[in-house]
Every structure is written in structure tokens, then in C-alpha cells.
Ligand binder design. Structure first.
Ligand code: ZN
Length: 421
């Protein structure tokens, strides 16, 4: 054998042993008929006990042997490593699921699961819990089977110890696996297939970006459903079945924020109802405050009386029309320009200084606090704010009058001005 061919063969042998000749990673799989419907006579009473707990999902990457349960017609027994799916779907008595070793792939799957179920009360772990109910999600590398995943279609999460499977992991890209993992868990929480191609519950798994949506049922690929109607509102179903992710205070998106105490305080005073949210109460603390929102905040904070007339030509019919008029009548603002209020504009820190100084009738300052306000139209107002302890500026003895104000910051300013924190 010529020497260069010999070297080539040796190199091939070396590469195949060390695993560098990976098969191409598949990025699409059909998940048609990938769920098992329980018999109608199954008692789901145990669910009542489990509803009060967080749903724990144990993601098993390390390989596990799962058996059929011959003595019962149907079982979903994560603790006992038993599932009817072993017989009804795979036509086996026992299957030894082989580990999925790809560390980066494992991480991507966990991240996708956490993100997809973030609004809901689900706890993901790769350690098998020692007690309590948990759903087991087996991510395995068994290429002897066709398809990619399977799970029980568990209406209302009646079996909180289901087992779901994604089982040809070595052949697929991590993102496709991650999407399939969310899909199969979705079945185990009572979701079925829908038409929206970027919904996790679309019957074709790929490596695209997915989400849970309200979508028409996929009639041809979802003969079984948990709920009546033409559409599946997946976020609402998951919220009903799993409950919202627990959070402190009144809003789900303020935990850990430096403004959380102030935000909860102004909520209690009826100054804010939060930002619009379909699912969980949110405050949107990092969004900028608009002049429209500012009008509402101040009008409620000061409990301003109704306005006697209309002041602005650009607020007609707007939700904040009355608030803007109340502010004008109280001489807190004269608008942004000739007869205009500019409700959609962000509030700058300069404008905020004027709003708050007038709204709370702050006394004159005894000294100058900021190095970047000399001669500015808001210099006096910024100093009054500082003297009242409402703000110490943006750092380095500067006030940063041109910067926008976030809703979280505004909550802190208002709460301090009102003495709530
Ligand atoms: Zn499916």
C-alpha cells in the first residue's frame, strides 16, 4: 500500500475512534402521533393533592432503564421508572435509554426549557428528586427507534409523575432536541398539536425559534385534544395547569430590582397598575416613562381634581387626556410646545425635575448640587430635588438632564417624594 494512502487510512481510523467524524446533525423531525392518550376510566384524583406544589421536572441525561407496567392498563410512574409508553409506543417490555453526553447540548436544552416555561411554576433539575411528584424527561441516544420524541397527552396534568422522551439525541442538533423537549413536556401538560409553525407544539420539530402561542388546532395532526374550541391558547393552558411562577410583591418582573419596594409602595397607593400583560402582572421597570404615563402617575399621586377645560390639541380621545388636563390645571405642566402635550415622548430627567418640583411644591435649594446643570432651564429644579433627597443625580455630581427616566426610577422618585419609602 502506498505510504500516503496508508497515512490517510490511519488518519481516518484515528478520527473515527476519537469521534471527529460526527454524523451530520439532523435539524428536523416529525413528531406526528408522538403522544399517548390515557384510557378514559383512569382515576386522576391524585392530581388534587399535587396542584398546590410546584411542578418539578427531572431531566434525565445520564441513561435510565424504563419498563412497561404489565399489571396495569396505563401508568405514568417517574419514581418507579415505569411507563405504558414502553409497550404501546415502542412495543418493548423494557428499554435501556443510553446517555446523551453532549455537555453543550445538555446546557442548551436546559436553557430552552427554563425559558419556555419561565412564566409558570415549574422547577427543572438534572438531579432525581428524592421524594414528591416529578415529571421525568428522558433525553437519550437510542437510534434504533424511529421518530424523535413521545409523551403522554396528559389533560390538566392529571399525572404529575409522567415520563416524556426525546430519544435519538446523538443524531439531532441541540436546538432541535431542545425544541422537541419543550414539545414533549407540552404534551405531558395537556397541549396538543397546532398549526402555528413557530409554536413549540407544531408537529414538526426543527432548530428554529419557537414560543407558546394561541393557535388553531392542527386538525389533521391532533385528533386528540384536552379542550373544546378551534384554538389552543397554550400560555393560558399552562398557566391554569401549572400556576404562575412565584414572585414577591405585586409584580412578576420586579424581583431583585432596587426599585421593587418603591414600585410595590406606589401600587398600594393606587398610583400604578403596572404595564399591560396578558399573563402575569408586570411593571416593566426598565422601560422609559412616557409623558402620558407621567401624567397618570402624578395625577393619581396628588389625587388631582377634575380639570375644568381642555388644554391640549393632541390629547383628544387619548387615555391620558384627562390626566394631562389635570396636570395643566394644577400648573404642573404647560405641555411640550404650543398647545401640545406630546404624550408619546419619553420623560427626560430635566422634565422630571420640573414635574416633581411643581407637583410637590419643593422649597428652594440652599446650595448647588450638580456640575452639569449650570445655566440649564432645570438647574434650580434639579437642586430642589437633590435637597429634598429625591435624587442624588446620575453619579459623579452630575444630573444627566438629557437622559430618559425608566419606570423603575420614576417609582423610586415618586415613592421618596411621597415619603412612602
Ligand atoms: Zn407532538
Amino acid at each position: 500500500m502506498p505510504r500516503n494512502i496508508l497515512l490517510f487510512v490511519l488518519a481516518l481510523l484515528f478520527l473515527s475512534i476519537t469521534g471527529c467524524l460526527d454524523q451530520p446533525q439532523l435539524t428536523e423531525a416529525s413528531l406526528e402521533s408522538d403522544y399517548l392518550v390515557p384510557p378514559e376510566d383512569i382515576d386522576t384524583a391524585e392530581r388534587q393533592q399535587a396542584l398546590t406544589e410546584s411542578q418539578v421536572v427531572f431531566v434525565e441525561f445520564d441513561g435510565v432503564t424504563v419498563s412497561n407496567c404489565p399489571e396495569t392498563t396505563y401508568c405514568n410512574d417517574a419514581q418507579g421508572n415505569r411507563s405504558s409508553i414502553i409497550e404501546s409506543f415502542f412495543e418493548q417490555d423494557t428499554i435501556s435509554w443510553r446517555p446523551y453526553q453532549n455537555g453543550a447540548g445538555r446546557q442548551l436544552i436546559m436553557d430552552e426549557l427554563e425559558q419556555a416555561f419561565d412564566p409558570y411554576d415549574v422547577i427543572f433539575t438534572t438531579e432525581r428528586p428524592s421524594s414528591g411528584h416529578y415529571t421525568m424527561l428522558v433525553i437519550a441516544s437510542n437510534s434504533e427507534f424511529s421518530g424523535l420524541g413521545v409523551a403522554p397527552l396528559d389533560c390538566g396534568n392529571a399525572f404529575p409523575s409522567s415520563i416524556a422522551f426525546v430519544y435519538r439525541a446523538d443524531e439531532f442538533s441541540p436546538q432541535t432536541l431542545a425544541n422537541a423537549a419543550v414539545h414533549e413536556l407540552g404534551h405531558s401538560f395537556g397541549l396538543t398539536h397546532v398549526e402555528h409553525t413557530h409554536d413549540y407544539m407544531y408537529f414538526q420539530a426543527d432548530d428554529g425559534n419557537n414560543q407558546f402561542t394561541e393557535s388553531l388546532y392542527d386538525v389533521s395532526n391532533a385528533p386528540n385534544r384536552c379542550y373544546d374550541g378551534d384554538t389552543q391558547d397554550a400560555p393560558q393552558v399552562l398557566l391554569d395547569v401549572l400556576g404562575p411562577t412565584p414572585f414577591d410583591g405585586y409584580f412578576s418582573d420586579t424581583d431583585g430590582s432596587v426599585h421593587e419596594e418603591a414600585i410595590d409602595a406606589i401600587y398600594e397607593e393606587g398610583i400604578t397598575g403596572g404595564c399591560t400583560s396578558d399573563l402575569l402582572p408586570e411593571f416593566c421597570p426598565s422601560e422609559n416613562v412616557t409623558r402620558a404615563q407621567m401624567a397618570a402617575f402624578l395625577s393619581r399621586a396628588l389625587d388631582l381634581p377634575p380639570a375644568s377645560k381642555s388644554y391640549f390639541s393632541d390629547t383628544k380621545g387619548a387615555w391620558f387626556e384627562e390626566y394631562a388636563d389635570q396636570l395643566a390645571e394644577a400648573e404642573i405642566t404647560m405641555g411640550c410646545d404650543d398647545g401640545l402635550y406630546c404624550g408619546g415622548d419619553d420623560v427626560t430627567r430635566a422634565q422630571m425635575a420640573l414635574f416633581l418640583t411643581r407637583a410637590f411644591d419643593l422649597p428652594p435649594a440652599t446650595q448647588s448640587y450638580f456640575t452639569d446643570t449650570a445655566g440649564a432651564f432645570y438647574e434650580d429644579a434639579a437642586d430642589r430635588l437633590a435637597e429634598a433627597g429625591i435624587t442624588m443625580g446620575c453619579g459623579n455630581n452630575e444630573y444627566c438632564g438629557a437622559e430618559s427616566v425608566t419606570r423603575g426610577q420614576m417609582a423610586s422618585f415618586l415613592a421618596r417624594a411621597l415619603g412612602l419609602v
